[in-house]
Design a protein around this ligand. Sequence first.
Ligand code: NAP
Length: 257
Amino acid sequence: MASFLEQKFGLKGKVALVTGSSKGLGLAMARALAQSGADVIVNGRDAASLAPVVKELASYGVKATAIAADLGRRADVERLIGEAIAWQGHLDILVNNAGIIRRAPAVSHTDADWDEVLNVNLNGVFTACRAAGKHMLARGSGKIINTASLLSFFGGFTVPGYAASKGGVGQLTKALSNEWAGQGVQVNAIAPGYMRTDNTAALQADAGRSKEILSRIPAGRWGEPADLEGTIVFLASSASDYLTGQVLAVDGGWCGR
Ligand code: NAP
């Protein structure tokens, strides 16, 4: 008989797609899902950088594959979800993680940067949720986990497009949860705090900002990608079946301050 942990948190037989999983937070979440038994599809724009990730995930004894697609292009997102469902005939877990940031004061924030950030971080998430949600609703079950941000709650500084996109991700998470909670599909978001990845390279390199950020984190350190492992497995598993519409901050206590 399966142990309590396997029953509640085990993901054997589930198929998960993690967008933006060639590196950073997406890679850490893809690893955690595979190590919990899920078959995993990784994604990014570049097939070559996904190949070693597929190899690593398969080493955990699960099936793994890669689908290259640009989340900033609606047709690509629809193809991605279609191919993800076709891979094993079902998709149980969708992690909308791919995201970009462009830093510039609002008055010099270009149309190109605004459009790119909104397309990848918000429009791509909606298109993916709509396509995967349709499939999950027809099956009566599914887990969608979006990657939000502390800037889903706060405005940030010189990242207006990013803050707008992540605010939108938080609201979209609640809107979809309201529609789908009664039909077996839970929609939640993780709002990571300040995590050490390429996305925050500029902040980490700025000694003044880095010190200021660190001084406000009660845990006393920046987050590491592995800090999301437990949360993603919890939100992807049956342990969280009555938890939906939440934007859960994993931030070393930053929001509580
Ligand atoms: P990262 O290290 O820069 O990784 C970003 C990932 O997204 C990469 O796998 C990248 O793959 C993929 N990606 C970027 N643009 C894409 C596109 N158009 N289509 C498909 N994939 C794309 O960043 P990260 O820190 O892990 O960020 C992951 C998510 O967490 C983002 O949504 C970010 O906004 C959010 N977040 C991060 C932090 C933090 O402190 N790091 C905090 C809050 C929220 P390719 O480049 O290979 O395409």
